[in-house]
Ligand binder design. Structure first.
Ligand code: ASP
Length: 323
């Protein structure tokens, strides 16, 4: 039997077209909403288009709007799954935000495209069809928010955009996809072992994200302190180390009760308190730096925004990052 699928369009390349000059851009009409007849054999669709934005224009405000749309439909009942079309640049952030905060009980799949609607080899419609099939699958339930592109099913927590233009850009480094989409079916081969979810009413805090580098000093960290942020995420070196000259800035932030969360600038692996030298992980832990458990920088930032809506207690925030 056909399922009832909520289809939410938000913009991005999947909703854009290339003009005669070669510029890819949104038009007045979203090509994805020009009739959904070709999709009607797959599912009974309820279509929403709350906004049509390139994903670099997406902010936590739009992420919250999506969360509320999903939850409202969940309360009304009668929806079996949801698909969100989204620009790929920040897709992983929206997907992870919804994974962390959305209380809807049906499967939610986020998808996009690397080639716009009228380009040769456009992957938009294909990814949309795959996503509707995944959202309709009973096996998609209880696995958190999923990201489906290029015949692969990824978890929102692990997936990241790895290539600027290739259609196989979405990868889950270290863990791989949890399922595949084939002509005949939707096959899950892994199940996530845990899933965290927090009720959140609004996102109003400010969190900065910076990357560590050889020769880094404290100047950026001191400037950030002056910006009155509520938290900082640093993509640290290797297993979680920082140059000694950056420590003064780290100490100043922590002294001012601003949580400093570190992830690794390496794209796989987790940060740990391994090294005992100045600026090494052990030293950072002693200073009160919070270690994240395998998230990349942009997702740790989303998580810190969510954590700060619940508490500004450093120990409680650190506990949330141990998950
Ligand atoms: N720049 C585009 C966006 O994120 C890229 C895409 O959608 O693939 O909106």
């Amino acid at each position: 039997m056909k399922k009832n699928i909520l289809l939410i369009h938000t913009g991005g390349t999947i909703s854009m077209s290339e003009d005669t000059s070669g510029a890819v851009k949104p038009g007045t009409n979203n090509p994805l909403t020009q009739g959904t007849d070709h999709l009607s054999g797959l599912a009974d669709l309820v279509v929403e288009e709350p906004f049509n934005l390139p994903s670099p224009h997406i902010t936590p405000k739009e992420m919250m709007e999506l969360k509320y749309i999903l939850e409202d439909y969940d309360k009304k009942g009668n929806i079996d799954g949801a698909v969100i079309t989204h620009g790929t640049d920040t897709l992983e952030e929206t997907a992870y935000f919804l994974d962390l905060t959305c209380q809807a009980s049906f499967p939610v799949v986020v998808t996009g495209a690397m080639r716009s609607s009228n380009e040769i080899g456009s992957d938009g419609l294909y990814n949309l069809i795959s996503s509707i099939r995944v959202a309709s699958s009973p096996d998609a339930k209880g696995k958190g928010v999923l990201v489906v592109l290029n015949d692969e099913i990824h978890t929102a927590v692990n997936v990241t955009k790895t290539h600027t233009s290739n259609i196989s850009t979405f990868q889950s480094p270290q863990y791989g996809p949890i399922g595949i989409v084939t002509k005949r079916g939707v096959l899950f081969h892994h199940t996530p072992t845990k899933h965290e979810n927090y009720p959140v009413l609004d996102i109003s805090k400010k969190v900065s994200l910076i990357k560590a580098y050889a020769g880094m000093d404290s100047s950026i960290l001191k400037a950030i302190l002056g910006l009155k942020v509520d938290g900082v995420v640093i993509e640290a070196l290797g297993q979680g180390n920082l140059p000694p000259a950056a420590l003064e800035g780290v100490k100043d932030l922590i002294k001012n009760n601003i949580p400093v969360v570190i992830v690794s600038r390496s794209f796989a692996g987790i940060v740990q308190d391994v090294y005992g030298y100045e600026g090494g992980g052990k030293h950072l832990k002693e200073l009160g730096v919070i270690f994240s458990n395998g998230l990349n920088g942009q997702k740790a930032r989303i998580k810190l925004l969510v954590a700060l809506t619940k508490t500004d207690n450093m120990d409680e925030i650190a506990e949330m990052f141990m998950f």
